[in-house]
Design a protein around this ligand. Sequence first.
Ligand code: FEO
Length: 399
Amino acid sequence: MYNIRKITEDLYYIGSDDIRLELFENIHPIEKGVSYNSYLLLDEKSVLFDTVDASKGKEFLEKIKAILNGKELDYLVVHHVEPDHGAMIGEVVGLYPNVKVVASKQAFVFMKQFGAKIEENNMVIVKEGDKVSFGKHEFVFVGAPMVHWPEALVSFDTTTNTLFSADAFGTFSCLYGRLFDDDFNIELELMEEMRKYYTNIVGKFGVQVQTLLKKASTLDIKMICPLHGPIWRTNLGLLLDKYNKWSKYEPEQHGVLICYASMYGNTEAGAMLLANRLKEKGLHNIAVYDVSKTDVSTLIAETFKYSHLVLASPTYNMGIFPIMHNYLEDMKALNVQNKIVGIIENGTWACKAGDEMIKIIKEMKNMIVLEEKVKIMSSLNEESEREIENMADSILKTL
Ligand code: FEO
C-alpha cells in the first residue's frame, strides 16, 4: 500500500515525491525533485485539500479511497488550480459526484478552463474572511492573489492554528520519507531549494507576498501545510524571516556574486582576477559562476542572496552575450532590486556589452551601478587590471 502519513489525529498527508521530473514547469532543473502535497481531514465531514500532479494521480486516488474506507468525500478545498495541484480535480469530482468543491470564484473559472466538470450546485465560492465549519474544525479563508496566481487562496484552521498555504512557503526537494521541517537540516538540505523555489516561482510577486505576510501576522500560526516541501511546525520564525527578506528584495548576505560569460577565457580571466583581488583584500563571501555552465534559475537564487553583483560579458552581435542577456532579462522579469552592480565588458573592436547591460540594469529598481567599469580589449592588460583593482576597492567601500 502507498505511504500515508498521519500529521495529527485526524489530518493525513497524501502527497507524493516526484524524483523523476527533470524540469519543474518544464523550465527549472530540480536535482532533488519536488513533492506535490495534498491533505485529507477526517472531521464530521471528510475534506480533501488540493490534489496532485497527474503523474501521481493513480496512487493519490488509492490513498483517498483507503483513508475514507467506504465513506463519502464531502468536500474538496482548492487553494490553487495550477496543474501540479489541480490535475486530479476532475477525477476526484468524477469519483465522488456529491463532493462540494470550495474555492475562489476565479478558481472555478480556471478549473473549467482546465477541463474539470463541476455541477453548479456543488460549487462553494469563498472569499477573504469567509468561514466554513467541517465539524470541530473551522476554517477561515484568506485571499492570496498573485502568490503566484490570481485565484490563490490560503486557509486557516482556527481549531488547530494550521495554515494551508498553497504555493506560499513551499520548497523544491522531495521529502524522502520525511515530513516536517525539523526532519531536515534546513541550512544544509533545504535552504538552497527554498531560495530557488521562492525566487524563481514567486520572486516576481514580492508586494503580494508582503500583503500575505501581513495578513499571516494577525494569525497565531502553529503549523504551515504548503503544497510543496515539508510541513513547518518548528522553524516558523526562520521561514517567515526568509520570506520577509526575499519579498522585500533585501539581500540576505553582504557579499559579491560574480557572474561571467566568456567565449575564449579572457572575460573569465577578468572575473577571476576580480575575485582574487577581493579575496586578497579580505573579503571571504564571494561566489563566481560561468553563466554558460549554470542554469539561470540557480543564478537568480544567488542574485537574491547577495548584496553585490558583478556582471562580465563579451560583446556579441554588437550586444550582450546571449546567455548573459537571458539572465539579465530574467532578473528584470523577477523584479530583482536593491543591488550594487559592477560591470566588466570585453570586445575586440566595438565594445558594447557594458552599456547594453547597464541599460537593462537601469530598468530595475534601486540598482546602483559602480562608476568603476572595467573594459577589457580582447585580453587583460595593465589598464584593465588597474580598473579591476579599482572596482575591487569600490566594492569593498560599499559593502
Ligand atoms: Fe505548485 Fe503554482 O503550483
